[in-house]
Design a protein around this ligand. Structure first.
Ligand SMILES: Cc1cc2nc3c(=O)[nH]c(=O)nc-3n(C[C@H](O)[C@H](O)[C@H](O)COP(=O)(O)O)c2cc1C
Length: 209
């Protein structure tokens, strides 16, 4: 049973799931994800994370257009030559890019696009905006883990949110609110599986570097 997944099993199997079915996800389950996100810590315990569940077709289509522009300018040129990383060979990288492209074409059909925001209570300076990352990403990760535990597919994305003025217009955001992440959520079309990460021998030090 998905609900019986332990915390470590969930963490180690929480892959970015981009190919999602268009079938509706019950509102109760979407609210469970926001509830989990809302348990995360925030700087000074400000609890200034705000979450928008977008299901309206018109709004989803506008966000999908913004994502398309973001993906095409940033990632599309890599499709011909995706390159490779020491920890991600070219075939895996190509498959990831294909999924990003799939999502670019289908984002408007995904049942829910969750937008992670911060309400600063005042118009944020660039420094405040940058600092907000530390308070919103713990909630985003909680949301991703909760989705995995419910066998829902999800992935953190930012390419749709590059043009902050357009995003604010589409989402009718007050001037005090900034959007940090768009998380498409739905039932997975692909298979769940373990994440592939660098070994501890490469990323861990004791006491000093
Ligand atoms: C800050 C951040 C921004 C990201 N932006 C995007 C994005 O715009 N589009 C996308 O498809 N994935 C995006 N991702 C997902 C990463 O590509 C993904 O987490 C990474 O490839 C690891 O995938 P895996 O967990 O399936 O191994 C983003 C992840 C992070 C942490």
């Amino acid at each position: 049973m998905a609900s019986e997944m332990g915390i470590f099993e969930t963490i180690y199997n929480c892959r970015a799931m981009r190919k999602l079915d268009s079938r509706e996800v019950p509102q109760e389950d979407l609210e469970k994800l926001i509830g989990a996100a809302n348990q995360a810590p925030s700087g000074s315990n400000n609890q200034n994370g705000r979450w928008i569940i977008v299901r309206n077709q018109e709004v989803k289509t506008k966000l999908a257009e913004l994502n398309k522009a973001g993906v095409e300018s940033y990632l599309a040129p890599m499709i011909k030559s995706p390159g490779s990383l020491s920890h991600q060979p070219e075939d895996k990288r190509r498959r990831m890019l294909e999924a990003v492209i799939w999502q670019k074409e289908h984002m408007h059909e995904i049942p829910a696009l969750i937008i992670a925001c911060i309400d600063f209570g005042t118009i944020p300076t660039p420094q405040m905006f940058a600092g907000g990352n530390g308070s919103i990403w713990p909630g985003i990760q909680n949301l991703l883990l909760a989705a995995r535990a419910l066998e829902l597919g999800a992935a953190p994305t930012t390419l749709a949110l590059t043009d902050r003025d357009k995003v604010a217009e589409v989402l009718n955001l007050p001037e005090t609110v900034a959007a940090y992440c768009l998380i498409p959520v739905g039932y997975p079309l692909g298979n769940f599986g373990p994440v592939t990460r660098k070994p501890l021998s490469e990323i861990l030090r004791y006491d000093t570097w």
